[in-house]
Design a protein around this ligand. Structure first.
Ligand code: ATP
Length: 255
């Protein structure tokens, strides 16, 4: 069943969200609904608010107005348990953020063990299975600095999905990589999408956005200017702002 046909309640419902940093109004009334198995890709110029929006969902930034609902729970309610909310969301950032003093496997199993209390043997079995699935089974005992940037980022992705999060947030996950390593990371995201993950992702990789997204959301100065299927946004943008942005980033790898 496609996301559009799904009768299920949204996994994520961002309602009228505002965020200011000092005098700067960075998110100006964001409404965004993401359904199960949907991949939503945020595009927009540097500084348009993509990362900030993802951070508000993960409660790394507090919102000034509006609310954010995760599978029916208002996570921006001041009484919400921040750790419990974060345990439901997988996050991968631009920089892999693996712990350098821990092996690859120890990185992957950490949240399973610490947050969910999984027994070591069970967590390690799943960790090894996940690493094998991405072709890095033989790296389980290595330290992160022995891996390429692309391999490290794939480990970070596997770590994020190890606990079966309800939602996966991916923030510019290929921006810090050498161009030849970008493909392997994006292929893994495509596989997760195909396997049914619910994903919200910020990227400057327009060609990838077109490939993986069910819906593209174009942000400008903290406002959603236009959203739609990749075909609607890339081939038939309705708003002049969207057309201008896409003309500027027409080279997919220099956006
Ligand atoms: N912690 C912060 N304190 C002050 N200003 C911030 C903070 N975080 C973000 N900003 C500002 O908010 C605006 C939006 O930033 P944000 O990182 O969300 O944009 P972005 O669309 O993700 O950009 P990029 O594509 O470069 O990652 C920018 O002007 C940025 O300088």
């Amino acid at each position: 069943m496609s996301a559009q046909e799904s009768p299920s309640q949204p996994v994520l419902d961002v309602q009228g969200v505002h965020k200011r940093f000092g005098g700067q109004h960075v998110l100006r009334g964001i409404d965004l609904t993401v359904r199960q198995h949907e991949a939503v890709v945020l595009i927009g110029a540097s500084g348009s608010g993509k990362s900030t929006l993802l951070k508000t969902v993960n409660l790394l930034e507090q919102i000034d107005d509006g609310r954010i609902v995760l599978a029916g729970d208002d996570i921006t309610d001041p009484r919400a348990d921040v750790d419990a909310v974060r345990a439901r969301i997988g996050v991968v950032f631009q920089h892999y953020n693996l712990f350098p003093h821990m092996t690859v496997l120890a990185n992957v199993v950490l949240a399973m063990r610490k947050v969910f209390g999984a027994p070591r043997a069970e967590a390690e079995r799943r960790g090894l299975e996940l690493l094998a699935r991405i072709g890095l089974g033989d790296k389980a005992g290595e330290y992160p600095d022995r891996l390429s940037g692309g391999q490290q980022q794939r480990v970070a992705i596997v770590r994020a999905i190890a606990t079966n999060p309800e939602l996966l947030l991916l923030d510019e996950i290929t921006s810090a990589l050498d161009p030849q390593l970008v493909g392997e990371v994006l292929d893994l995201v495509s596989e997760l999408k195909a396997a049914g993950s619910t994903i919200v992702m910020a990227t400057h990789e327009m060609s990838f956005a077109r490939r993986v997204a069910d819906r593209i959301v174009y942000l400008k100065d903290g406002v959603i200017i236009e959203s739609g299927t990749p075909e609607q946004i890339f081939d038939h943008p309705q708003r002049p702002e969207t057309r201008e942005f896409l003309a500027r980033v027409s080279d997919p790898f220099t956006a």
